[in-house]
Design a protein around this ligand. Structure first.
Ligand code: ATP
Ligand code: MG
Length: 718
């Protein structure tokens, strides 16, 4: 007779099979990109359940994004006839949030505690620093935020960090006050979710034992990017008897800037008594040329655990490299390629556009938008981060918990209701004196009969909203928050308010979808949590075929038929900042490795000779990572553009600002390939001056960017 699990295990290679069916013991699966780590992890869950070793409730699975968790559950329900709803699969943040909601009292949090996203956290810190009279030049708020978060990620509270000098003592003080402020307001930041949960489990033996005896099997994807605190959390939850099944790839560790420690892998072997490390070496994702390029790039890194990847798929297509004249030309090139791919039958959702930093998406978005190509941006400026949405959410947050000072400050005078800086200051002083939230202080003032008109109106408004919201559905509450608040009217009167109103409508749709997808958990607090935790992953209309745009960081673990990696220039990728950091360059190279290994069949790499960044044109030479790929794997596409196509238009910093008369005496077209006796081949990117004193700027690639006197340079056309 057929073993029940045969079909589950079908098609796995020997190593994968071994990993999936390991006995109840902690294990580390160390393997390169596309070797099936995630597939092994998912299959192991299915296998454990199907063979009756554990029930769906007895498992805890940690994924890197909410998108990945959803995909895992979808795959599981396709493999097994089980209800995956309610399973504990999610990100560290998501899982900790769930645990804290269930035990909020023991965790000393209000039932409706709200989550501060990064922007909220920053404004909360700024507000605190102002109150504490901290000089924000000596203590840049962003740095303070980074300090607080990295302390928390190490598992440290203010009272546990060392401070030897006045500066670090002050930092510690701010940290301490900040935590107090969050507690008073009933809010937690991302790092706090984890730390709070960790502290709860360490402190409360009965809760700890409850979960320890429940989660016999803990499985963690992307283990290389866990930070210290996440590691400690896992260790605590595993206790002495449970086993942790960790899969990871040291070459894909790209979150060091957020405290990720590859060293966790080594500690894990020791602490969890890992007896064998399974290595998977066959790559099932990418064609040979793509894999060879990835391997070639990553061998330039020194500190590697080392592994080999091979594929039985053929070499496939060469990697296409496009050198653009500027970023607009680059975007237009990408659009044209996508159009023809699409017309040949590739679905848009099978195409990804990856970039190193978020700011790069703007030009791409614009080009896609103009071409009428639907796209979805993951991460970055998300729907839920747009100002009008944050305003509406702030009202919803106040309905859930009026003590949320960050939310209150966001909207107490928006739309304006005559509450000036002065009355706000008074309110803040009162709150400080009485050690209470601003809301409480406002109520007290109303009670004393001296609130000031605007404040009284605001208190009445929030009370009315809370009252009307009682018993309503989530979409109805969203309607109240957008309408009763006055937001809608406000934007109706604004010049370009239509988009914003459309977004407010979209918020109501988001609430409807949310309720539909979460029959069991559709409360306001759930929705707000969702908005803070996973927002960006849901922004576009569901079901529509759309291109996927994201940073390389956000692309981890995903795969696409066709991938475009744009902006491959020194300074962008590798990012210029990385050059000043220890191991910064190696981390950038791992990023490049992650980016390249997302592609299954076709990979485009592009760079631009000039690019508008922060309002200025910058000239870039191509990324060293491009040079690390063997030429034989590449197909260089011709630069096809001249400034006439895709110029910067009227911009004052435009490089096309050179006047037309000058053009007459300019022998070279911008974009022309030229050769110089000393610097070799290059491309003309700019020029200035007239006749005899005309100078041209040439990008000589690895030789750098040079200004040359035309008369003496003796350039030759190539
Ligand atoms: P990454 O490091 O990027 O997260 P990964 O190691 O998690 O990659 P998966 O995403 O699990 O790799 O697998 C990559 C691709 O290979 C997927 O499309 C997966 O379905 C496929 N795959 C994995 N194992 C096999 C196999 N034995 N036979 C056929 N396809 C496989
Ligand atoms: Mg994976």
């Amino acid at each position: 007779a057929q073993h029940p699990s045969t079909s589950l295990l079908e098609g796995l290679n020997d190593k994968q099979l071994e990993a999936v069916t390991l006995p109840h013991q902690s294990a580390l699966i160390l393997a390169g990109a596309g070797s099936g780590k995630t597939r092994v992890l998912t299959t192991r869950i299915a296998w454990l359940i199907q063979t009756g070793q554990v029930s769906p409730n007895g498992l805890l699975a940690v994924t890197f994004t909410n998108k990945a968790a959803k995909e895992m559950l979808t795959r599981l329900s396709a493999m097994l006839p089980i209800n995956v709803r309610g399973m504990w699969a999610g990100t560290f943040h998501g899982l900790c949030n769930r645990l804290l909601r269930a035990h909020h009292r023991e965790a000393l949090l209000p039932a409706t505690f709200q989550i501060l996203d990064t922007a909220d956290q920053l404004s909360s810190i700024k507000r605190l620093m102002k109150q504490m009279n901290v000089d924000d030049e000596k203590f840049p708020p962003k740095q303070v935020m980074g300090y607080i978060n990295s302390c928390k990620e190490e598992g440290l509270r203010a009272n546990a960090v060392d401070a030897y000098d006045a500066h670090s003592q002050r930092m510690r003080e701010i940290f301490e006050e900040y935590d107090r402020q969050c507690q008073r307001e009933g809010v937690v930041d991302f790092a706090e979710l984890l730390l709070r949960c960790y502290e709860l489990l360490s402190r409360d033996a009965s809760i700890r034992q409850h979960y320890q005896s429940r989660f016999k099997y803990i499985l963690v994807d992307e283990f290389q990017d866990t930070n210290r605190l996440q590691y400690l959390w896992l260790k605590l939850l595993a206790g002495a008897d449970n086993c942790v099944f960790a899969v990871g790839d040291d070459d894909q560790s790209i979150y060091a800037f957020r405290g990720a420690r590859v060293g966790n892998m080594r500690d894990f072997e020791q602490d969890f008594n890992v007896r064998n490390i399974v290595k998977l070496e066959q790559n099932y994702r990418s064609h040979g040329n793509i894999l060879d390029a990835a391997n070639a790039i990553i061998t330039h890194n020194r500190n590697r655990l080392g592994k080999n990847l091979w594929t039985s798929a053929g070499k496939g297509e060469p990697i296409r490299v496009y050198q653009a004249y500027n970023d607009i030309d680059e975007a237009n090139f990408i659009v044209d390629e996508i159009k023809s791919l699409h017309s040949e039958g590739t679905e848009l959702s099978e195409i990804a556009l990856l970039y190193r930093s978020n700011a790069q998406s703007r030009v791409l978005e614009h080009a896609l938008f103009s071409a009428g190509l639907p796209y979805r941006v993951y991460g970055g400026l998300r729907f839920f981060e747009r100002a009008e949405i944050k305003h509406a959410l702030a009202y919803l947050r106040l309905i859930a918990n009026p003590n949320d000072d960050t939310a209150l400050l966001r909207v107490i005078n928006f739309p304006t209701r005559g509450i000036g800086a002065r009355s706000l200051e008074q309110l803040q002083e009162a709150a400080r004196a009485e050690d209470c939230s601003l809301w409480q202080a406002a109520i007290n003032k109303v009670g004393n009969g001296r609130p000031g008109k605007g404040v009284e109106g605001f208190v009445a408004l929030i009370r009315q909203m809370a009252e009307e919201a009682t018993g309503l559905t989530l979409p109805e509450m969203a309607e109240i928050a957008t309408t009763l608040s006055g937001l809608r009217t406000h934007y109706q009167n604004e010049k370009e308010g239509e988009d914003r109103i459309a977004n407010l409508d979209e918020l109501i749709s988001a609430a409807v979808t949310f309720v539909n997808n979460n029959e069991d958990a559709g409360t306001l607090t759930d929705f707000l949590t969702f908005a803070s935790l996973e927002a960006g992953e849901h922004q576009a209309e569901v079901g529509r075929d759309a291109l996927q745009l994201m940073t390389v960081h956000a692309a981890k673990g995903l795969e696409f038929r066709t991938v475009f990696i744009s902006g491959l220039e020194e300074g962008l990728c590798p990012h210029e900042q990385s050059l000043y950091e220890t191991n910064g360059l190696e981390e950038e190279r791992r990023l490049m490795y992650v980016a390249v290994t997302r592609a299954r069949q076709r990979l485009y790499l592009s760079h631009a000779q000039s690019r508008m960044l922060h309002g200025q044109v910058r000239y870039g030479i191509s990324s060293r990572f491009l040079d690390e790929i063997p030429e034989a794997l590449l197909k260089r596409l011709n630069t096809r553009a001249s400034p006439g196509r895709g110029g910067y238009g009227e911009s004052p910093v435009s490089q096309t600002a050179t006047s037309s008369e000058q053009k007459n005496s300019m022998p070279w077209k911008i974009g022309q390939a030229v050769a110089h006796s000393k610097f070799g081949q290059g491309v003309v990117v700019n020029y200035e001056g007239n006749a005899n004193d005309m100078r041209v700027q040439v990008n000589f690639g690895s030789e750098g960017m040079k200004w040359l006197m035309l008369e003496y340079a003796k350039l030759e056309k190539v």
